[in-house]
Design a protein around this ligand. Sequence first.
Ligand code: FES
Ligand SMILES: [Fe+2]
Length: 398
Amino acid sequence: MKPKELNKEAKRMLEMIDSGSTSMISEDAAPYYVDISTYTDKELFDLEKKKLFRERPLFMALSCDIPNPGDFVTNEDTGIPVVITRNQKGKIKAYLNVCRHRAGRLIDEPCGNKARGFVCPYHAWKYDLDGNLTSITGEQTFGEIDKSLHSLIELPAEEKYGMIYVQSTPGPAQSIDDILGEELGHQMASWDLSSMHLVNRGIFDMPTNWKLAMDTFCEGYHFGPLHPDTIGATSYSNVMTYDRYNYNHRIGFPAKSIVDLKEQKEKDWKAFNHFSFVYFLFPNITFLVSPLFINYFELYPGSEVGEHLTRFSLYARKEMKTKEEKKEAQEQFEFIYSVVESDDYWVSENVMKGFRSGLHPYSVFGRNEFSLINVHQAFRESVGLDPNGVELKRSRKK
Ligand code: FES
Ligand SMILES: [Fe+2]
């Protein structure tokens, strides 16, 4: 983002700090009561898997993950095995990761390069990067079939702003611009995601519902109490700018050092050294941008309603050339991983235990938990439920 835009955000945060305030949803929209079935109902969970994770394009990779023809990543977190690759012309392609002979798993590795195409490990049928079946092993004994009817099953895929969105089922798919909207598209373009440098990846496999895990990324109200020695020591608790873009949002979290800007002339500000942005990219991505790093969290439902998987990838915004830079990047990875594991997901796991008791009927979101209200409304609306469902109506003042 341009310095002018970053300065504007810093000013919003400074005003909030001065007035002891934060972004708040309108009075009539909160408190918002969330029935616990949101996190425990198996039928809703199955509906979300279908509607949110299989019938919508999801942000599944960064362009920098597969920069060259034949580079690929695989993904089976929606329950559907997918391979995403780049063809010889540099265009992104996604296929069902299933051989057209007898459904062999085409590629078993999470990532790599297959510039010469894909070879099924079962009977060695071959496909090019455009999904065409190019060779049938022992064709003279197999008998004749029309190869053109046995191409890989192609899935909707689009690359824009350094992001790759893939829908796990064939059929019409929303474009990235429709998903993000113009303003957010402009912002994502400004982060230059196609030239990030991967630092490390990690996995959290947790006994919590995926939305409960997502909730922990949606507010800074908990920074002081839950992270007193880390994020809570360096960032303001309960001070957040909030902006919504369709179903997505951005929260700005000021560091305590932001007040130093008041002592400087605005033309000298390096505002982005004093806050970070956390984006929510509907329905399952949390994306934290800071001056040096991009923290990319992908959340997927598990096999049961109370299980989920988070994939965490840390990218450096500049290439780490020296030993010190590499060490700093690895330390950042370990720091974020441990905060999420021992604080946010620890709390989330315990909340899930509370829900499992069946005795806690609902949770309540306040005006300062603006983003949680909007996120849950978006989840409801996108599976065909009333976004202002019984929970909200029940909470309205008479
Ligand atoms: S299943 Fe792939 S070649 Fe037989
Ligand atoms: Fe947290």
